[in-house]
Design a protein around this ligand. Structure first.
Ligand code: PLP
Length: 392
């Protein structure tokens, strides 16, 4: 008999889509897997050197629960550059990826009965963590507003039980980037209603065309006492497997997280901490430029190919590295089909794996990651366009 808690979550929809793609490729067919929330590229040289150096020095011990002091200081300096505000190391918690930072935040901020506003489509882990904390995720549909929440919808979702709103810009899965005006309006609302803002900025390094990433607390500094910034090196350094993220916020929240983390993972992986410290201290401009160029090229080539779609509008792809397709027209013309069916057909008929929007609370969407080498991406999207155009 398992705990009641296990009924509050299932394995993540993106992980399930990845597993299906892997099973299909194990049968010997070439599957182009566009499900992964990560960038396929080499390791940054400073990360490689920082890790090897730590190993050669025989580093093997626990670190401080919230990460090494030098790393927290270095992250505080990065936060100062990113936000234009002063940060101290004791306002920073280093975690095993952004996912642990968000989990910690949910556990120390939410009680059973609390409500948390999560704009939809959403990254699948947000509502799962809210539920694990005993609270309820309240979704605000953003599909009519180019995947950005309308302030009146957010306001209407607030009840006396509302504790927080999750802001994720650039957004996974939609790629939407919130502009200053929207961020300012959300901050104003959160101040009025005394809500926590959890600002997940994991994709802030990837913004396209004229879009810019700004933290909500740079736009409205008064929101800082009720804001947690969550970020990671997973996406910005293509370092998903190394599991290093962080959270920045008021000291009392960081202290509560310290106590919690001391009973869960003790500390983030020490070698990853040394590696990221080397990157932060020395910089790696050549790697950063190469990564941005890879993503920009993949986006540009991908959009060219997707322009051949007949019943699916072009994705805006403002930030991150996802094309998020709106299948509404396509599904309207064949009502017996769901987005899950389309994802399945793509896998079987075209050998292309994407993630159905149902994983993100949207029965009309399909997410395609373009974090892969451009030639393979082109082949996959070419097959996808032919397949979607041929669906009767
Ligand atoms: N936040 C968002 C919006 C994400 O998309 C992801 C990963 O896909 C994470 C957090 C988790 O990042 P990490 O791998 O650093 O735990």
């Amino acid at each position: 008999m398992l705990a009641h808690r296990t009924s509050l979550f299932a394995s993540s929809g993106t992980a399930a889509a990845r597993a299906l793609a892997k099973a299909a490729s194990d049968t010997g067919n070439e599957i182009i897997d566009l499900t992964a929330g990560e960038i396929l590229c080499d390791l940054a040289p400073t990360i490689r050197r920082g890790a090897i150096d730590a190993i050669n020095r025989g580093v093997n011990r626990y670190t401080d629960t919230l990460g090494m002091a030098e790393l927290r200081e270095s992250i505080a300096r990065k936060l100062a550059r990113d936000t234009g505000q002063i940060w101290k190391a004791d306002e920073v918690a280093v975690t095993s990826g952004a996912k642990q930072a968000l989990f910690n935040a949910a556990m120390v901020l939410f009680d059973p009965g609390d409500e948390v506003i999560v704009p939809a489509p959403y990254w699948t882990t947000f509502p799962a963590q809210v539920r694990i904390a005993g609270a309820t995720a309240v979704h605000v549909d953003t599909r009519d507003g180019a995947y950005k929440p309308r302030i009146e919808d957010l306001r209407a979702a607030i009840t006396p039980a509302t504790r927080a709103i999750i802001v994720n810009s650039p957004n996974n899965p939609t790629g939407a980037v919130y502009d200053r005006e929207l961020l300012a309006a959300i901050a104003k609302l959160a101040i009025e209603a005394k809500l926590w803002v959890i600002s997940d900025e994991c994709y802030g390094a990837f913004v396209h065309d004229a879009h810019a990433h700004e933290s909500i607390l740079s736009v409205v500094p008064e929101i800082r006492p009720q804001t947690l910034i969550v970020n990671a090196f997973s996406k910005s350094l293509a370092l998903t497997g190394w599991r290093l993220g962080y959270l920045a916020g008021p000291k009392d929240v960081v202290n509560a997280i310290k106590a919690l983390q001391s009973h869960t993972t003790s500390n983030p992986n020490v070698i990853a901490q040394h590696a990221v410290l080397a990157y932060l201290d020395q910089g790696d401009a050549a790697f950063d430029a190469r990564l941005r160029a890879q993503i920009a090229l993949s986006r540009q080539r991908g959009l060219q190919i997707l322009s051949g779609l007949k019943r699916v509008p072009m994705p805006a792809a403002q930030g991150g590295f996802y094309f998020y397709l709106d299948l509404s027209d396509l599904l309207r013309s064949s009502p017996e089909r769901s987005a899950d069916d389309v994802a399945r057909e793509l896998l079987i008929k075209a050998g292309v794996a994407g993630v159905s929007g149902t994983a993100f609370g949207d029965p009309m969407g399909l997410r395609l990651s373009y974090g892969m080498p451009v030639q393979k991406l082109e082949r996959g999207l070419g097959r996808l366009v032919d397949c979607l155009n041929s669906l009767a």
